[in-house]
Design a protein around this ligand. Structure first.
Ligand code: HAM
Length: 426
């Protein structure tokens, strides 16, 4: 038997109903904040992620699905391509490529699959789905304002509330800017010098190439050492400190609770200033439901104009997991099962089903070859609320037997009143 590849999975009904529910709530909420949808390719040049996300990150150094293209044309021969591990780099590439600032497009969102070769476990997959949103624009558009950071975070709180997800925590930090980073890196290197030999090989490498990444270490033995390292919060310059303070003040004023966490550095190199994560207790070890932050230098590092930005990505798989309890009410069952009874009845049944569906009812349709008992079984298995019998007598009378499958009550309803009758009693 051929099976789905480890770390990938089929998302089956009725769970897909939950995914659609989430995506439709997301689209509604994003619309209210004036975000518009963008769809970018699932694979891009490897260089985009190496430069955007950072060579030294776990994502780029260990987790990407990368291959050499074997196209015939000289132009694509040997080009290194990668399945996107995240959406931000691709969106910023598109922003630069299409000069989106000229079209006034500065609030974009994307829903789609991402790929990382991580060790699969509950809530962690190799193909997973992100709901990503970005605010990006020239500095003159105010895209660097603390008001944007707070707006994006408040939007997330609104979305989670709307989905009925309670018990989330917002962790907030500022990772500063290149001005602070040099001093911080120097302090980190100094603090690491006497202890680094006792750390894991990854940390020994990070200490030299990109000391901030030491905070990504998940080796328990390194934890006491990391706990004592200097924190970026002690090195923020005045503009960064003020920016961060303003984000916090707006969040307080709109009533979004947060926890300051100065160890939160996020696993991607493009971050500057505000960084955040929403966690949820019910998710187990992989408890980050979403993460995001500001990336004021990313556009320039990809060859674009200055374009400060802030965004986030929700792990849709994890969001759906935290929603599972609400599932029953969301996954819609058929309102009615239309059961043709006897030869020649498929045609009339098809007409009736078509009429009812035009009234926005969810209709399942049987087959004239089914005996009545089999139709009842099929209707019950589908979870339909009603069964509607379409036999020769009913067609002649133009009135149909409608039976409530839960109560067993049965009435004869004239064709013209059927849709209303089903809707009324739903
Ligand atoms: P990230 O923290 O790498 O950020 O991923 C965001 C979210 O995607 C995580 O919080 C998690 O919910 C989900 N996620 C990540 N890896 C997996 C996985 N293997 N399986 C299931 N879910 C996963 C980013 O990707 C940034 N691009 C976010 C961003 C946008 N920052 C600014 N703009």
């Amino acid at each position: 038997m051929i099976k789905a590849i480890r770390g990938t999975r089929d998302i089956l009904p009725p769970e897909t109903g939950l995914w659609n529910f989430v995506e439709s709530a997301v689209r509604d909420v994003f619309r209210a904040y004036n975000f518009q949808e963008i769809r970018t390719p699932i694979f891009e040049s490897t260089e985009l992620f190496a430069r955007g996300v950072g060579e030294e990150t776990d994502i780029v150094s260990k987790e990407m699905y990368t291959w050499e293209d074997r196209g015939r044309a000289e132009s694509d021969k040997g080009q290194s391509l990668t399945l996107r591990p995240e959406a931000t780099a691709g969106i910023v590439r598109a922003y630069i490529e299409h000069k989106l600032w000229d079209r006034g497009l500065n609030k974009l969102y994307l829903i789609g699959p991402m790929f990382r070769r991580e060790r699969p476990q509950k809530g962690r997959y190799r193909q997973f789905y992100q709901i990503d949103a970005e605010v990006i624009g020239p500095p003159s558009s105010g895209s660097d304002s603390a008001a944007r950071d707070a707006e994006v975070i408040e939007m997330l709180a609104t979305l989670l509330d709307r989905l009925g997800i309670t018990g989330w925590n917002l962790q907030l930090n500022s990772v500063g800017c290149p001005n602070d980073r040099d001093q911080f890196n120097a302090a980190l290197r100094k603090a690491l010098e006497p202890v680094v030999a006792k750390m894991c090989v990854d940390c020994q490498r990070r200490a030299v190439t990109n000391p901030l990444r030491v905070f990504d270490c998940k080796v328990p033995e390194d934890e006491p050492i990391i706990e004592k390292l200097p924190r970026i919060s002690q090195f923020l310059d005045e503009p960064c400190r003020k920016h961060f303070e303003e984000v916090q003040e707006i969040l307080k004023s709109v009533g979004v609770p947060f926890i300051l966490n100065d160890r939160l550095v996020r696993g991607l190199d493009y971050y500057t200033r505000t960084a955040f994560e929403f966690t949820h207790g019910a998710l187990g070890a992989q408890n980050a439901i979403l993460g995001g932050g500001r990336y004021d230098g990313l556009s320039e590092s990809l060859g674009g104009p200055p374009a400060p930005g802030i965004g986030f990505a929700i792990g849709e798989d994890r969001l759906v997991m935290s929603l599972q309890e609400a599932a029953e009410s969301v996954m819609k069952k058929p309102d009615v099962y239309v059961a043709p009874l006897g030869a020649g009845m498929n045609r009339d049944a098809a007409r009736l089903a078509r009429e009812l569906r035009r009234h926005d009812l969810i209709v399942d349709l049987g087959d004239e070859n089914f005996r009545l008992k089999k139709s009842f079984e099929a209707a019950t298995r589908a979870g339909a609320k009603y069964i509607l019998i379409v036999g020769e007598n009913e067609v002649k009378a133009d009135a149909f037997a409608l039976k409530n499958l839960a109560t067993g009550a049965q009435v004869s309803v004239p064709r013209g009143e059927l849709a209303q009758r089903i809707q009324e009693t739903l």
